[in-house]
Design a protein around this ligand. Structure first.
Ligand code: ZN
Length: 231
């Protein structure tokens, strides 16, 4: 019950345009206190992901993941990044992805947010994907609604068969933040102000999901080694 009162206060503050982190009420500070979020910047190490004219996907993913983490920490959540230094990553992509899943599931986080950039000529706009489950779909929808509103684009939530999403034990989404192959969108994604605004929307959608739905759900069973080897 206490949570409901607290939520109403903070949502009102958000509607009035007050930043969560600036809100004076001591109640609003730990809104996501006790929550754990795992953020996975896609690719990295020897795997740069897609290439833009001026940037590599892995570098943008990492920059955005770090900014997203700042928003969550500001709301009291514990944030785990799967990596923050390219030299931590193992040499082969296969090992890399399996190690990520082990780390993600070992984190016992309630939510996984994977960050990627899309590739495909001059297309534009962010798009949020999920693999399965109502909790993941709802999270994807709430985040995508925020991103549509922010970018004035109309891409919809879609399912994707992606290894990390498939084997994550918690509700999981992949946010493709925009098209790195579109020079205009690449330029935006490189801009620190845009990065901050975009990640705040991902944060806000996730925060809504925590506040307005009966989550978190219990974690899925740990995948077996044989399951993990199937790709
Ligand atoms: Zn990617």
């Amino acid at each position: 019950m206490r949570r409901k009162t607290l939520v109403a206060g903070v949502v009102a503050a958000a509607v009035m345009g007050a930043g969560f982190r600036d809100a004076p009420s001591p109640e609003s500070a730990p809104l996501l206190g006790g929550r754990t979020i795992v953020i996975d910047p896609g690719h990295g190490g020897l795997d740069p992901g897609s290439l833009g004219l001026r940037t590599r996907e892995c570098d943008l993913n990492l920059a955005l993941a770090k900014r997203l983490g700042v928003w969550f920490r500001g709301a009291g959540a514990k944030v785990i990044l799967t990596w923050s230094d390219p030299w931590q990553l193992p040499a082969t992509r296969r090992l890399n992805v399996r190690q990520r899943v082990a780390l993600i599931n070992g984190s016992h986080a309630e939510v996984l947010i994977d960050i990627h950039c899309n590739a495909g000529g001059a297309y534009r706009g962010p798009q949020t994907f999920y693999w399965g489950g109502q909790a993941s779909y709802t999270l994807a929808k709430m985040v995508q609604d925020e991103l549509q509103d922010f970018t004035h684009t109309r891409r919809r939530v879609s399912r994707i068969n992606q290894y990390v999403l498939r084997y994550a034990r918690m509700p999981a989404i992949n946010v493709e933040v925009g098209f790195i192959t579109n020079p205009s969108e690449e330029g935006k994604l490189m801009d620190p102000t845009y990065q901050s605004q975009l990640t705040k929307r991902i944060f806000t959608g996730t925060e809504r999901w925590f506040l307005h739905a009966p989550w978190p759900v219990s974690l899925h069973p740990e995948p077996t080694d044989m399951e993990m080897l199937r790709r």
